[in-house]
Write a protein of this length. Structure first.
Length: 248
C-alpha cells in the first residue's frame, strides 16, 4: 500500500544527506520541500500533495495517488540530540478488544509524556482513505474528533504521537497502520481482540530513540523499522553508503 511513500522518503533522505555533506545551508528548507514534491510527483498515478509539507527536520509529508493516499512523519537530527530532545514517545503496539473506541487508545500514546508532566495538543491518529481526504472519518485515535467510532478490522488509521516545544524543537513519528485481528492467550466472552499492523516501512532515525525507556515489546516494534532500513538497503544498492550515516 505504501510503496510509493517509502520510495519517496528514502530518496528524500538521500537528498538530505547530500545537502548536509555539501553544507548547502542557504534556502535549505525551500530546496528540501521542492525536492520532496519532485520525488513524490515521479511516482506512478501521482495526482498532488495530500496536505502542505511541514518543516525540514520534522518531515510531515503525504501525497495523493490514484490507488492510495499517503501520510507519514519522521524526525531527523543532523547533530547530536540531547536526552531531552529524544524524549520517550512509545511506539504504539496496543492490543485491544473489538469495539474499542479511539479515545480509549489515545491515552496509550500520551502515558509516558503525562508521567513527566508533558503532553501534545494534536490527536494521536485519524482515518486515512484511498484517494480521498487524508483526515477521514469515521474512525480515529483522539480525545476529540472521530473518537466515538469503534475501531474495526480493515480500518486504516494514522499513528502519530509527538511533542512540540515552542521556540525549541518538535518531534513527531507517524505511520499509517492497518487494524487487524490479534491473537491473544484468552478470549473474554468471545469478543476477540485487535491490534495494528504497520503499512509504512520508512526507518526511524536510531539516534532519536532512547531504548532504555522502551519496553521489550516497544523495542521489537522499533526493530521493525530497523528491518525496513535493511530491506531498502538491500533492494536499493546505491543507497547503502549514505543511509547508515543518516538513519543512525
Amino acid at each position: 500500500v505504501m510503496f510509493g511513500t517509502e520510495f519517496k522518503m528514502m530518496h528524500y533522505f538521500l537528498f538530505l544527506s547530500y545537502m548536509r555533506f555539501w553544507q548547502q545551508k542557504k534556502n535549505y528548507k525551500k530546496y528540501s520541500i521542492e525536492n520532496l514534491f519532485f520525488i513524490s510527483s515521479q511516482q506512478k498515478d501521482f495526482v498532488g500533495l495530500s496536505f502542505p509539507t511541514i518543516s525540514i527536520y520534522l518531515i510531515d509529508s503525504g501525497a495523493q495517488y490514484l490507488d492510495r493516499t499517503t501520510d507519514l512523519t519522521r524526525t531527523v537530527h543532523f547533530g547530536t540530540p540531547s536526552d531531552y530532545e529524544k524524549g520517550h514517545i512509545a511506539v504504539s503496539a496496543a492490543v485491544f478488544p473489538n469495539e474499542t473506541k479511539g479515545h480509549l487508545l489515545d491515552s496509550f500514546a500520551r502515558a509516558s509524556l503525562w508521567d513527566s508532566g508533558l503532553d501534545y495538543l494534536h490527536g494521536t491518529g485519524h482515518g486515512v482513505r484511498c484517494f480521498l481526504n487524508v483526515h477521514e472519518g469515521p474512525c480515529g485515535i483522539s480525545y476529540k474528533t472521530f473518537a466515538d467510532e469503534p475501531l474495526e478490522a480493515g480500518m486504516i488509521v494514522s499513528d502519530e504521537p509527538g511533542y512540540y516545544e515552542d521556540g525549541s524543537f518538535g518531534i513527531r513519528l507517524e505511520n499509517v497502520v492497518l487494524v487487524i485481528p490479534a491473537k491473544t492467550k484468552y478470549n473474554y466472552r468471545n469478543r476477540g481482540s485487535l491490534t495494528f499492523e504497520p503499512l509504512t516501512l520508512v526507518p526511524i532515525q536510531l539516534k532519536m530513540i532512547n531504548t532504555d525507556l522502551l519496553t521489550q515489546k516497544e523495542v521489537r516494534a522499533a526493530l521493525i523499522n530497523r528491518m525496513s532500513y535493511q530491506y531498502h538497503a538491500r533492494h536499493n544498492s546505491y543507497t547503502w553508503f549514505i543511509l547508515p550515516n543518516l538513519m543512525h
